[in-house]
Design a protein around this ligand. Structure first.
Ligand code: SF4
Ligand code: SF4
Length: 207
């Protein structure tokens, strides 16, 4: 390094001396720039459009896509969630909150276990759709589906409660793609109490 003050600009050999050229008349009228821009526009007219007319037109999504959660019911229509909180503990984004309640007599057809989630909320703005809640759930109550989260103008609209999460009786959400053979096999094991449905209990009583 010398004592020449210009040396400081040569450290990376990337410095470039800019030349201030006089602009031609055409350049001053922006003609080359306009012609260049128009040529790009015309080239794109004949290319396949990248725009998708959502929501009428949907992009194909990957088979492993994880979207809108669903809280499942069992075969008899009772809510599977027992408000154990394991999904909330597993959630890295702290997106899940719930309030547990005791099932009352006569509500056996509504809730599968003695304890159920009176309030169950997922903040979709916090959720990163990692699927850990689904993995943590011992009751096969929560699954991520291929449904998209609808857009909304307000933050409050992204707090999804049971009204948006629990599947309706007349329109069950198919989660078979997310149930591995190991999970399906485990479900058949009635030794585990949470695999026993109301339908099983009725069958036992009848026989
Ligand atoms: S998908 Fe992940 S981030 Fe979203 S609620 Fe479940 S555990 Fe939390
Ligand atoms: S969704 Fe599953 S893990 Fe979460 S509280 Fe309900 S039963 Fe427990």
């Amino acid at each position: 390094m010398t004592n020449d003050p210009n040396d400081i600009f040569m450290l990376t050999n990337r410095s470039k001396v800019m030349e201030k050229k006089q602009m031609t008349l055409a350049e001053r009228l922006y003609l080359p720039a306009i012609a260049g821009g128009m040529s790009i526009t015309f080239r794109h007219i004949f290319k396949k459009s990248a725009t998708v007319q959502y929501p009428e037109q949907l992009r194909p999504i990957a088979p492993v896509y994880r979207g809108h959660h669903v809280l499942k019911r069992d075969e008899a229509g009772a809510e599977r969630c027992t408000a154990c909180g394991l999904c909330a503990v597993a959630c890295p984004a702290e997106a899940i909150t719930m309030t547990a309640a005791e099932r009352k007599k006569g509500e056996e057809n509504l809730y599968r276990e003695e304890k159920y989630a009176a309030i169950y909320e997922i903040n979709m703005l916090r959720c990163i759709f990692c699927g850990l809640c689904e993995e943590a759930c011992p009751k096969e109550a929560i699954f991520l589906t291929d449904r998209l989260i609808p857009s909304n103008y307000g933050r409050q609209g992204f707090i999804f409660g049971k009204d948006k999460l629990v599947e309706t009786m007349d329109n069950p959400v198919d989660v078979t793609k997310r149930q591995t053979p190991a999970v399906l096999e485990f479900k058949k094991d009635k030794f585990h109490q949470h695999n026993v449905t109301i339908k099983d209990l009725i069958d036992i009583e009848e026989h």
